[in-house]
Design a protein around this ligand. Structure first.
Ligand code: ADP
Ligand code: MG
Length: 316
């Protein structure tokens, strides 16, 4: 369990992390999502005691990182900047880590095997591809057999096979009851991996929700309409009590799956339609909307401003 309580980091004028309060629970993968510069890496560094909070507090199983005895056995982390000595082999890199942390040598073989690097264990890390480097970083995180694992953008720059592997690894670690906290700037990646979602933007908490709930709220269907007789169609739809959102590109959007009703209304009033399509708002859109900070709907639609993040799924 990782607990953040009002965690804040300022660099001069810049507030990188702004009063973050949330808990990362064991047994699930928690996705830490935010655009570049949102404060994910800074938060993770504070969790590991590598950056000192300006205010607030963060605890690992109730204790500050600095006070953990043998911290690698509590929490393992893959951070953005890799601390691998380029001239050292994968095996020696891990062995040094193990020896300085009171971890038995056999664990080195176990983790090399777990990440699929046994065959290149004797090779110098500087000759490693990005994917191999990530695997080595993950091996180091797993070395102390910790109950908590934290990965900062682990799939960045990886090929599909590497991404698939990391995704499955995180899920299996969570299934073993471990706490898995993984950051990404890609909603699509989180949707496939995370059970729970913490979203931040400009250092602030924007959402703390189960992935299932986020999907249920944000992947709603809507109908997109294009017509050369826009004003007349708007009148017809309003008279029928159908709420319409006017988008910036001139098309109209209606929540839900009412395409038949709209098509029949248009036919009855002899209105020409150039498009009548049922669409699914993507989670990526929901994320962009959420992190954009505010939602602008056309005033005349009478739609309430987005309530928290739940309704902020599409720009009007
Ligand atoms: P993320 O990992 O979500 O992309 P970061 O935590 O790296 O975001 O950065 C958050 C913000 O803090 C950014 O605006 C970044 O420029 C700033 N920042 C991060 N580290 C430092 C630092 N050491 N000194 C000054 N500003 C920093
Ligand atoms: Mg980062």
């Amino acid at each position: 369990m990782i607990e953040l309580d009002g965690l804040t980091k300022r660099y001069g004028e810049k507030v990188a992390v702004d009063h973050l309060t949330f808990t990362v629970a064991p047994g699930i993968v928690t996705g830490f999502l935010g655009p570049n510069g949102a404060g994910k890496s800074t938060t993770m560094r504070m969790i590991l005691g590598l950056d000192r909070p300006t205010a607030g507090d963060v605890r690992i199983d109730g204790t500050h990182y600095d006070r953990l005895k043998d911290p690698l056995t509590y929490i393992g982390a893959l951070l953005e900047a890799k601390g691998t000595h380029p001239g050292r082999s994968a095996y020696h890199h891990l062995l040094c880590l193990a020896q300085s942390n009171g971890i038995p040598r056999r664990r080195v073989h176990e983790v090399l095997d777990a990440v699929g690097l046994t065959g290149v264990a004797g090779k110098k890390a500087k000759g490693f591809s990005l994917g191999m480097g990530q695997r080595l970083g993950i091996a180091a995180a797993l070395l102390g057999d910790p109950r908590i694992l934290m990965f900062d953008e682990p799939v960045k720059g990886l090929d599909p096979e590497g991404i698939h592997w990391i995704r499955n690894l995180m899920k299996s670690l969570a299934a073993q009851g471990r706490t898995v906290f993984v950051s990404s700037h890609l909603m699509s990646e989180m949707a496939l991996t995370a059970d729970h979602l913490v979203v931040i933007g400009q250092g602030r908490l924007l959402a703390d929700t189960s992935m299932a709930d986020f999907i249920a709220r944000n992947s709603r269907a809507y109908v997109r309409i294009r017509t050369p007789q826009r004003e007349r169609l708007l009148d017809v739809l309003h008279s029928a009590g159908i709420t319409v959102v006017e988008t910036g590109d001139g098309s109209l959007e209606v929540d839900g799956g009412k395409s038949e009703v709209i098509g029949e209304l248009a036919a009855r009033h002899q209105l020409v339609l150039h498009e009548l399509s049922l669409r699914q708002a993507s989670l990526e859109e929901a994320f962009m909307q959420l992190t954009a900070g505010s939602v602008e709907y056309h005033a005349h639609t009478g739609r309430a401003p987005a309530q928290a993040w739940g309704d902020g799924w599409r720009k009007g």
